[in-house]
Design a protein around this ligand. Structure first.
Ligand code: CA
Length: 345
């Protein structure tokens, strides 16, 4: 077990101390011009007496902006005296990637969200993943990790969660996600999930909610608004903050619509490297058999485009991001209304 090996990352926050503490984790990074150099990762702890601990993380991927913005605002405005319990904020977990505006770390070219549970003697991303897993998570009861679709795709504004086997944790997770109050909450069975932060959180029996609050290289105005409201909503739901979550939606719906992305036919993949012309925006209703988009070969005058079709009916959760796509890239994900019976099969 790697857990017995101590992290090389220094943390001067005393998580048992009441009040606000704002500091930086100090992660060693030896380089040509600074053998004893470090990378400073912002961390803020708020505590008042006894109560649950809620962790908000952003910037796990460096090109996703809504989470870091919403969490940084909360870090500056939250009053420790007005909470009951503890709130740990990490607005830019993967700070080298955040400052580089890339999904992957510029230090080791890794996606930290594929490095969990990490390794204290591994690469920079593996070392940071191990720190999150072994030092931060043991304090935590509820984790909300704010993501967007980065430069990969464009998402319908949503929270998301895995279909956790433990019924009690699954129901609590669904309650926290509903309290966050995004237009959609998507239960999903992911791709390559064992090495994600979410999976580390779940292995420790902690409630884990993620978000997709926009994407495709820009700040989604509504995503920031939903994100900010969602953070305080979760604190209210957990009893850390007074008041009831506000979940009313712009379209008049009173609350989050629970969805699932289980049907693998809902994933649309590019068949060739080409210029992709999508037919729909995220959040649009689509039907199985509908044209999803066309792969254009503009370098070849006489070549017809390849048409891609949806394999499932529902609402488009993830829409295409970049115009140039490679063979095998995911260019659309359809979600369906949550069905507990179907989810259990
Ligand atoms: Ca992401």
């Amino acid at each position: 077990m790697t857990e017995t090996v101590k992290s090389r990352i220094r943390c001067d926050i005393d998580f048992d101390k009441d009040g606000r503490q704002a500091s930086y984790l100090r992660a060693p990074l030896s380089r040509n011009t600074s053998g004893w150099g470090t990378i400073e990762i912002p961390i803020i702890s708020f505590k008042n007496g006894k109560g649950p601990t809620v962790l908000f993380t952003g910037g796990v991927h460096g090109d996703e902006y809504e989470g870091p913005i919403a969490i940084s605002k909360l870090a500056r405005t939250l009053d420790a005296k007005k909470i009951q319990g503890r709130v740990i904020l990490m607005p830019a977990v993967n700070i080298p990637a955040v400052l580089n505006d890339t999904r992957l770390s510029p230090i080791d070219n890794r996606d930290i969200n594929r490095c969990f549970p990490g390794n204290p003697r591994g690469t920079f991303s593996e070392m940071l993943a191990h720190f999150m897993d072994t030092v931060i998570l043991p304090h935590v009861d509820v984790s909300v990790d704010l993501h967007t679709a980065g430069h990969s795709m464009e998402s319908a504004l949503s929270t998301n969660m895995h279909y956790v086997d433990d019924v009690k944790i699954r129901e609590k997770t669904m309650q926290v996600a509903a309290a966050f109050g995004a237009p959609y909450n998507v239960v999903f069975w992911g791709v390559d999930e064992g090495a994600t932060f979410t999976s580390s959180v779940e292995r420790r029996g902690i409630v884990s909610v993620g978000t997709e609050l926009g994407g495709w290289g820009r700040v989604n105005v509504e995503g920031v608004r939903i994100g900010e409201r969602g953070l305080t909503n979760v604190l209210k739901q957990c009893g850390v903050m007074e008041g009831k979550p506000v979940t009313a939606q712009r379209d008049g719906a009173p609350a989050t619509r629970h969805m699932m992305a289980k049907d693998q036919r809902g994933y649309v993949f590019a068949k060739q490297t080409a210029t992709y012309e999508p037919c729909h925006l995220a959040g649009e209703v689509v039907k199985a058999g509908d044209l999803a988009g066309r792969l254009h070969f503009v370098e070849d005058v006489d070549r017809d485009p390849i048409e891609l079709f949806y394999g499932a009916s529902g609402v488009l959760w993830m829409a295409a991001g970049p115009g140039r796509v490679q063979r095998g890239d995911c260019v659309g994900v359809v979600m369906q209304d949550y069905d507990a019976k179907l989810a259990a099969t």
